[in-house]
Design a protein. Sequence first.
Lengths: 313, 326, 290
Amino acid sequence: MIRYVIRRLLLAIPTLLAMLTMVFVLVRLVPGDAAVSMLGDQASEQALDALRARLGLDQPIHVQYLTFLGDMLRGDFGTSMSSGRSVLSEVWQVLPYTLELTAAAMVIGVLFGLPLGTFAALYRNRWPDYTTRLLSLTGLSFPGFVSGILMLLAFAVWLRWLPVMSSASSDPLTHMRNLALPALNLGLIMTAYITRVTRSSMLNVLGEDFIRTARAKGVRPGPLVMRHALRNALIPIVTVVGLYFGTLIGNSVLTEIVFTRPGLGKLILGALQSRDYTLLQGLMVIFAAFVILVNLLTDLIYAAVDPRVSYAK
Amino acid sequence: MTPVLDIKGLTTEFRVKNGWHAAVRGIDLSVNANETLAVVGESGSGKSVTALSTLRLLPQTGARISRGEVGFGGRDLTKLSEREMSRIRGNDIAMIFQEPMTSLNPTMTVGDQIAEGLLIHRGMSRTEAAKEARRLLDEVRVPDPARRVNDYPHQFSGGMRQRAMIAIALACRPKLLLADEPTTALDVTVQAQVLSLLDDLKRDRGMAIVFITHNLGVVAQIADRVAVMYAGEIVETATCDTLFADPVHPYTEALLKAMPRVDRKAESLEPIPGSVPSISARPAGCVYAPRCNYVQPSCAAHPSLVPVGGNHEARCPVRADKGEAA
Amino acid sequence: MTAMPAPPPARKQSALLATLNRNRLSWVGIGMLAVIFAVAIFAPLLSPHDPLQQNILHRLEPPSAEFWLGTDSYGRDVLSRLFHGARISLTIGFLAVLVAMIVGSTLGVLAGYIGGIFDQVVMGIVDVMLSFPTLLLGLMVAAMLGASLENLIIAIAITETAPFVRVARAPTIAMKRQDFVEAGRALGFSPGRIMGVHILPNILSDIVVVASLWMASAIRTEASLSFIGLGVSPPTPTWGGMIREGFENILSAWWLVVFPSLAILLTVLALNILGDALRDAIDPKLRGEE
């Protein structure tokens, strides 16, 4: 098991390097002079030179690259141009909000998606299955902001059950009320996804020989699904849900913007509006590192669920 | 003596495109306690469908038992509710499947899979069941059972997995064991071990065994009686000795000729030309006629199973007459 | 040796039609798409008003006989803007996927056919691309390049190239070992001819299925980027942009966000339904891949 973890960690290194290289290239895609596009056409030549020196843009490209790699690997993600604070501290400040939101969405998704997907698989090609499939396909077709806006209209504007704006509050009840709509929005998309993945994975498992063995043993339908099918179906579900994490982050950014909720989404929007390229670059690296980390976690959970993995060499 | 299992006129149909077609047609089978009945035939002959119909383990959609009864313990299993059926499965009737690789749950330890039936049917506590699982692994001759109960199936070899399958099936001391090609996936030495294990268990426990196989060599080793199936019908049934010594149906004869034997040269093996017709394309008369060397005009009528001697029946009027004449 | 084993026939259209018929819902998807495409093509004819015409006298009017879907804060007709917005969404969605498809499947076939280090490098990059959140990657590229129709297409195409590489590569590797390709090589056909004539037609159907699913994603990404403010610049009507503008007045003018939202939802849903049905038809193994 430990060897497996170490091997998996080593495999993440080239991915991380390639990812950093890509961010480096992306940021240099800015047409023309980055300094000009940050400070505007009106900036003095002096100010531009100062900025170029600060960003290291006056160095040859390979020096820039190595400096960039070194900085990132040391955990130095640079300083935000607009706030003057380090990118890392900017992210640390809002990260809990985003994590809270994605975690809540994940919980909602698992809580509803697993039973719904199982239900659909058990009623394959009958109306409960068709209904569930159409609903989950609809859920998956929503861009995060569209469903968010429709929910905002329904629950906050028309029904007035929940606040339109969600913001920081120390009161736990208010905090939950603020979290409710964004989490529900993201959770529904997550539910749609997990339902779909669970259905197809369940269908595969229910066709396996060992399910028939279990039935031949006299296992009743309930335990058959819970003890035999679900655990085996979880293996691909974990992988695919892990792969979906990137999309989840994207949707959480949109959700935060719609509900004017503090978090990474708002930070990104701010960075875009103020053309804060160092903050964007740092965010990009942190996001990607995050996704790599989640992929790693996914593989480890996979190993925990599937006894075959941890024993392999 | 009343038979343990008494199947009468069983017909099982599958849905192909939009029509129902019989995979098994009007089967009569019975097996007594302490007896092994071998059901023999090529793939597609309906052997497995017969066994799956008995335990009602066919797919819930696209398959149905349309006629006949499956008599067991004074009840007709085809009439029972799914709930009553699950009380019989694994308890009174157990089944062993062909693929030991895929028939075990990969995420459950072997011990837990053996213990499961005991927990369901015997109401044992977890510790009792675990202890019994260990004993069963020992009984099916898995070495070092105390350690092996905690292994997962992928840590077992093919032969050991099949032993584990047998242990699962035997856990609740069933009166009837349905074994569907349990040795096909194993190599010859392991196969012989598993066969002698099954034979010992039958004798010790007085179990009835229905042993499904396409391998006549295996039949000779284990069977008391044999039923030969072709295209969903029983074409010949006899005691094991009679069948090998005096086959009547041309299909049985062809199967025997296709079987490798020590007392014959390999060149004299004669494979049967053609293959079993699919269930939606069965001929109207004798189902074997298209592949038969003895075809007569009378084969256009569907023959029935007739006695050709003591405890010996065959579904071939052409050859049955010859047998009586001889 | 003169005879060469014939390549397997490309999947027949009739088989495809049969599957589409079995999945009745797919015809709903096709119907919806046909309507949406027709609206986009004939937008100037269908629109009751000029989508850019501002009218101070009719600001923020709810749906009425004159303005079926109401007007926005500049007094522009929402219905007409919706019709014209379809052109932007479909153009960007279609072209972005087309670019991603051409670049991605070319790379995939090459990687599968050539193998070795080239394959490893390409697949390494693909893995990294796949681990990036699509929206964030698109957002980053769009932000760096600046918002314009062309740049949006490029940004979205970049985010969607990787899946095509994967889809094209796997069957190429399998195909490379098949008799008719081996025979072609033995006969001295050029690699270009083998890839173009023998391999590409056989993997085309897989690629097209993936394309329909990713076009749904492309339209979603375009709408999201426009909503964030990285879309085609105003006053050109785009669905995401309309929602962005309407969002400011969400408390008083629901029609500004609801109708474009429905337009996006229905378009993406129609593509997803169709893609789903095609995917089931063509390869059950593709199921579960997003």
